[in-house]
Ligand binder design. Structure first.
Ligand code: AMP
Ligand code: ZN
Length: 104
């Protein structure tokens, strides 16, 4: 998906403030933070939205949640929100799945 901003960030064609990476996912700071800690956790696999998940993708999505929990612990968040916007009307503007971690 050469035209996808988050694929470019994952491939380091576009800079980001990288927080974590492994074989399955990549995490970086949101450019427009709406909490003390606002990090996006994205799968390396380009999946446009949660609505486009295919058989087997639940393992990837579960991994994003696990990584979010670990980052929240590392960032000493007392509590936090985990959010997927699914579809334009829900506020999704980047069509590459990303889990928002917003913590204070
Ligand atoms: P969503 O509205 O769920 O699609 O969220 C997209 C998020 O991506 C927003 O919170 C933006 O602030 C964030 N964002 C957009 N461009 C960048 C970028 N280049 N680096 C980091 N975060 C970005
Ligand atoms: Zn992508």
């Amino acid at each position: 998906m050469t035209d996808c901003l988050f694929c470019k960030i994952i491939n380091k064609v576009v800079d980001s403030e990288i927080v974590y990476e492994d074989d399955i996912c990549f995490a970086f700071k949101d450019i427009n933070p709406r909490a003390r800690v606002h990090i996006l956790i994205v799968p390396r696999k380009h999946i446009s939205t949660i609505a486009d998940m295919e058989e087997g993708d639940e393992q990837i999505i579960g991994h994003l949640v696990k990584v979010a929990k670990e980052i929240a612990e590392k960032e000493k968040c007392k509590s936090y929100k985990l959010l997927f916007n699914v579809g334009r009307e829900a506020g999704q503007i980047i069509f590459h799945i990303h889990l928002h971690l917003m913590g204070n």
